[in-house]
Design a protein around this ligand. Structure first.
Ligand code: ZN
Ligand code: ZN
Length: 125
């Protein structure tokens, strides 16, 4: 009998702790990129996180699939180059240290956002 492959299934499909690039584990304290969906609020560097819009996707910084160009506010959509307005729904990437589970938002995120796009401009996940 062949050994059963180790399949990682979670009751909560919203979250994964595997790097989307190399599929290795992401550990607490690792510096990672995190793609999330939410709403941009001018008063905050990091947009809100909306767990219903899409899953969080994470990469080791060395595994990021694209070259990121960090921005400070005001933010411009990387797809259409237009301003991201207060309250708009966005897809965005943060970089920081992976927190202790079950926390998801990265720690020590700094003052720049590596990527932001209008949700309408972002290709469907
Ligand atoms: Zn990786
Ligand atoms: Zn746009």
């Amino acid at each position: 009998m062949r050994p059963t492959p180790r399949v990682r299934r979670r009751a909560q499909p919203l979250m994964t702790d595997l790097c989307a690039g190399c599929r290795d584990e992401l550990n607490t304290g690792d510096t990672v990129y995190q793609l999330a969906w939410g709403r941009y609020m001018r008063s905050c560097i990091t947009p809100t996180y909306d767990p219903w819009t899409g899953p969080i996707i994470e990469w080791h910084t060395r595994c990021a699939p694209v070259n990121l160009a960090p921005q400070v506010q005001p933010y411009f959509c990387v797809v259409c180059s237009e301003l991201v307005d207060d309250g708009e729904e966005v897809a965005y990437v943060t970089v920081g240290d992976k927190p202790i589970p079950p926390y998801k938002r990265l720690e020590r995120r700094g003052y720049e956002l590596p990527l932001i796009a209008h949700l309408n401009c972002w290709p469907a996940p």
